[in-house]
Design a protein around this ligand. Structure first.
Ligand SMILES: Nc1ncnc2c1ncn2[C@@H]1O[C@H](COP(=O)(O)OP(=O)(O)OP(=O)(O)O)[C@@H](O)[C@H]1O
Length: 346
């Protein structure tokens, strides 16, 4: 993939794999390869959407970036440097890389006011120490997410707020630390359809106003299209295609991307109205997702792929550069393994 010239990625995964010990569908202990050899580079002011169906490894990738897991292989880098995992290294990282979770209610302490919730984060991760400094930062953060007047909201409890307002509080808490990166794992999936668009618009505005980079994790390719500059499509723990958003939508190269787009709602239907991501899209897939506990030699999508060839079941396609985009599919490799752009028609 083409990258902004000369820039160092603000956040990067380099050849990252994550394995768990779990049970296979037959009940035996087995190695689950949740993420396999994933590399991703996020630049300042860029929004990358990571899209894929349930079980494709999106949350595991977000957890690797939030240091909740130590990768089995590969490394996470911040501003070009491997992330240190000792106490001070983590504290420095969390001051720059903040996470927003799916469930805004679960991630907020119900017994505390917003002033306490956001103020605690301010005291822990910024230089603000005096009461008035902390309150100023809390009010600024509430204003940035349009919870105004801030001194009124600061006295409220999460239970006084709607789902969308709670997600705004979670975003305000993250912003109060002046981070460089937001990791947003399905931030709208538990909200009413009518307020999803508001939260997406807020995230888009914050990228511009706060110079933020964002990793937006979603199963909903429609919202990925709405918000992101680049889409990375994951399938069974691997990135199978990555491209600038409009190029990927206009001309998907991987058959899985093509199928994802076919099952997404018609863009004309949701663009400009409030119905982004009904949440039903992934159910429209009729075939079963691949079992990541089973180690297949070839392409992991081959058993579901309408364009599969004999080769696909035997050999894993590498992720190659095809005209400035990345795709892992034998359809795009010529006999002598040079990348080749083939229009997908299924
Ligand atoms: N702690 C764990 N132990 C064992 N297996 C796990 C663990 N976490 C994830 N997995 C497995 O790794 C694979 C990827 O899971 P992950 O939650 O990252 O996918 P996802 O794309 O985020 O799915 P969803 O949208 O349903 O959350 C799945 O097969 C899952 O069962």
């Amino acid at each position: 993939m083409k990258c902004p010239a000369g820039d160092v990625p603000v956040l990067e995964a380099v050849g990252v794999s994550q394995e768990f010990v779990g049970k296979s569908s037959t009940g035996h202990r087995t190695r689950i390869r949740a993420i396999r050899d994933v590399s991703l580079r996020l630049f300042r002011r860029q929004i990358i959407a990571v899209v894929g169906e349930s079980g494709s490894g999106k949350t595991t990738l977000a957890r690797l970036f939030s240091l909740l897991y130590r990768p089995t292989r590969g490394e996470i880098r911040f501003q070009g440097e491997p992330v240190r995992r000792d106490r001070r290294g983590r504290a420095a990282y969390y001051a720059e890389v903040q996470m927003i979770f799916q469930d805004p209610f679960g991630s907020l302490n119900h017994l505390k006011t917003l002033r306490h919730i956001i103020g605690r984060a301010v005291r822990l991760h910024t230089g603000a120490r005096t009461r008035s400094d902390v309150i100023t930062r809390v009010h600024e953060a509430l204003e940035k997410v349009s919870l105004t007047p801030p001194d009124d909201y600061a006295q409220r409890y999460p239970s006084d707020l709607s789902g969308g307002q709670r997600q705004r509080v979670a975003i305000a808490r993250a912003l109060a630390m002046n981070p460089a990166v937001l990791l947003a794992d399905e931030p709208t999936s538990m909200l009413d359809a009518s307020i999803r668009l508001d939260v997406l618009n807020l995230l888009a505005d914050l990228r511009d106003q706060e110079d933020l980079a964002m990793l937006y994790i979603t199963h909903d390719i429609a919202s990925a299209r709405y918000l992101s500059d680049v889409i990375a499509v994951m399938y069974a723990g691997e990135i199978v295609e990555q491209a600038p958003t409009e190029e990927l939508i206009a001309e998907p190269l991987h058959p899985y991307t093509w199928l994802l787009l076919q099952s997404a709602p018609n863009p004309q239907h949701y663009k400009g109205n409030q119905s982004i991501g009904s949440g039903d899209e992934e159910d429209s897939e009729e075939t079963e997702p691949v079992d990541v506990a089973v180690d297949l030699p070839g392409c992991r999508f081959a058993t579901r792929c309408p364009r599969a060839m004999n080769l696909c079941a035997d050999e894993r396609p590498p992720l190659v550069d095809v005209g400035g985009r990345s795709v892992a599919c034998w359809l795009h490799l010529t006999d002598d393994a040079r990348p080749n752009r083939t229009k997908i028609e299924i």
